[in-house]
Design a protein around this ligand. Structure first.
Ligand code: C2O
Ligand code: CU
Length: 498
């Protein structure tokens, strides 16, 4: 997304000018004065960070983004990663400060976005909005208080880099953890093509031409005819040769070893770019306890549907034997696989299909926030709408009729005022589902639903969510299908300068 930006200093200068009153040229060009927004490096953001307080403890990590290789059951693919795929899990306790030094050893600009965290805006990692892109060979020091416990993750916010191996889990532990469990397993799902059938940049280029003109020839990255009733029709646009759990394909699955009767907390993260997964553990029921890091009233289910960017935590009490954890690529007729082993017994086949996948499948609409994280009752001060439009034929994805322009990110921004209760209506006028993500906030689905930061919005439907505008800054809001986002389905939620 940064390719249109001439260089880092220009970006920053152009961006800071928005808040400093040097808008004469723009004012002349329009009939009404354009809104002024607070700046990511301004006093309101600093005050917000001070108010978070924190423990004062610092967790330091070095992240090196570099070209590397991944071994997919014997097929070695060139990719980019934070050392391994996934990157090492970053773990800290709520209130701790994360100090992450990113070294960019890639042949391209990059950044790190801390997905789901309500953090200080200038550390959110969105070039063109919250920082300059980190150029090849450069470093950037991220430092912020992580005050909300939960399951989060991190990835770049530059082009389709997310569809390479650049991702990892960020776990913020609750010092007063209310759940009891014996062990924990972070399960990261991904759709993989990088270095096998092409690169994400090649995919984006091909998709940008639109699916309408495409001939169904070999070498195409497009996938036609994916169907999912749960997703209301078309499931995805991109063909992937592999689906991974924790960086491993079904022919070389990860094994989680435990003992019968142990209670395990699963932290499931969909790091895919164009694939929703239906996740189930053969022979078990799952008790869902958290959506996108926030506690929900527990619900028992056989399977969970998880869109790109979403996270679910679930508890499971393990039986005796060897069991497949299957993440079925929704509508794409392929699976990711890992194994849970608590005893002897045959290792399940990678192709095994388990009945749980077609029993009860949980979606966010079945969940409700527990009372201590539900939003306080108050009236809505401002209603804003994000109308999603576009089609796969033209690949012209947009929000409120506007294709996001990284060179002019505040055009068409959604303005809110600090302190307001905001209702965001996400209106999907397209014929395809979209996993909509808002940075810097964890809204609540209206009607007592779950707290979330990424939600599946079905075709032809409108999802309304409420949040308190309590984290000043300029926040990206976009579809978490990275190819939709990079094709224009993105906007900025901006706090108005008063
Ligand atoms: Cu994980 Cu802007 O996204
Ligand atoms: Cu989308």
């Amino acid at each position: 997304m940064n390719s249109a930006l001439p260089n880092a200093s220009l970006t920053r200068r152009g961006f800071l000018a928005v808040g400093t009153g040097t808008l004469a040229a723009i004012v002349l060009a329009s009939c009404a004065a354009p809104p002024r927004y607070i700046t990511p490096t301004g006093a309101a953001v600093r005050a917000g960070e001070l108010a978070r307080g924190g423990t004062g403890r610092i967790m330091s990590v070095d992240l090196i983004a570099s070209p590397t290789q991944i071994d997919l059951a014997g097929t070695v693919a060139n990719t980019w990663s934070y050392g391994t795929v996934p990157g090492s899990t970053i773990r800290l306790s709520a209130g701790d400060t994360l100090r992450a030094k990113l070294r960019n050893a890639l042949p391209d600009d990059t950044s790190v976005h801390w997905h789901g965290l309500a953090l200080r805006n200038d550390m959110d990692g969105v070039p063109g909005a919250t920082q300059a892109p980190i150029a090849a060979g450069n470093d950037f020091n991220y430092e912020f208080v992580a005050d909300q416990p939960g399951t989060y993750w991190f990835h770049p916010h530059v082009g389709p880099q997310l569809d390479r191996g650049l991702y990892g889990a960020l776990i913020v532990e609750d010092p007063n953890e209310p759940l009891t469990y014996d062990d924990e397993w972070v399960v990261i799902l991904d759709d993989w093509l990088d270095g096998v059938t092409g690169t994400p940049d090649e995919v984006l280029k091909e998709l940008s031409g639109g699916m309408g003109g495409m001939m169904s020839g070999s070498g195409s990255h497009m996938m036609m005819g994916t169907r999912s009733d749960l997703l209301g029709g078309d499931a995805g646009d991109v063909a992937y040769p592999y689906f991974l759990i924790n960086g491993r394909p079904p022919a070389d699955p990860e094994t989680f070893t435990s003992t019968p009767g142990k209670r395990i907390r699963l932290r499931i993260i969909n790091a895919g770019s164009d694939t929703a997964f239906r996740v189930a553990l053969g022979g078990h029921r799952l008790t869902v306890t958290h959506s996108d890091g926030y506690p929900v009233n527990p619900v028992d289910t056989d399977a969970i549907l998880i869109g790109m960017g979403e996270r679910y935590d679930a508890l499971v009490t393990l039986g005796d034997g060897a069991f497949p954890l299957i993440a079925a690529a929704e509508g794409k007729n392929a699976n990711a696989l890992a194994i849970v082993r608590t005893g002897s017994g045959q290792t399940p086949l990678s192709a095994s299909s388990i009945p749980e996948l077609t029993r009860t499948v949980l979606t966010a609409s079945m969940l409700s926030a527990v009372s201590h994280v539900a939003l306080a009752t108050r009236s809505v001060d401002r209603e804003i709408t994000a109308t999603l439009s576009g089609s796969m034929m033209a690949y012209d994805w947009a929000i409120n009729g506007r294709r996001f322009d990284p060179a002019n990110p505040m055009a068409g921004a959604l303005g809110v005022q600090q302190g307001e209760r905001v209702r965001l209506r996400i209106e999907n006028t397209t014929q395809m589902w979209h996993p909509f993500h808002l940075h810097g906030h964890t809204y609540q689905h209206v009607g007592g639903g779950p707290r979330k930061d990424t939600s599946i919005v079905l075709p032809g439907k409108t999802l309304s969510v409420d949040f308190d505008a309590d984290n000043p800054g300029l926040w990206a809001a976009h579809c978490h299908n990275i190819y939709h986002a990079e094709s224009g389905m993105m906007t900025i939620l901006g706090y108005l300068a008063s």
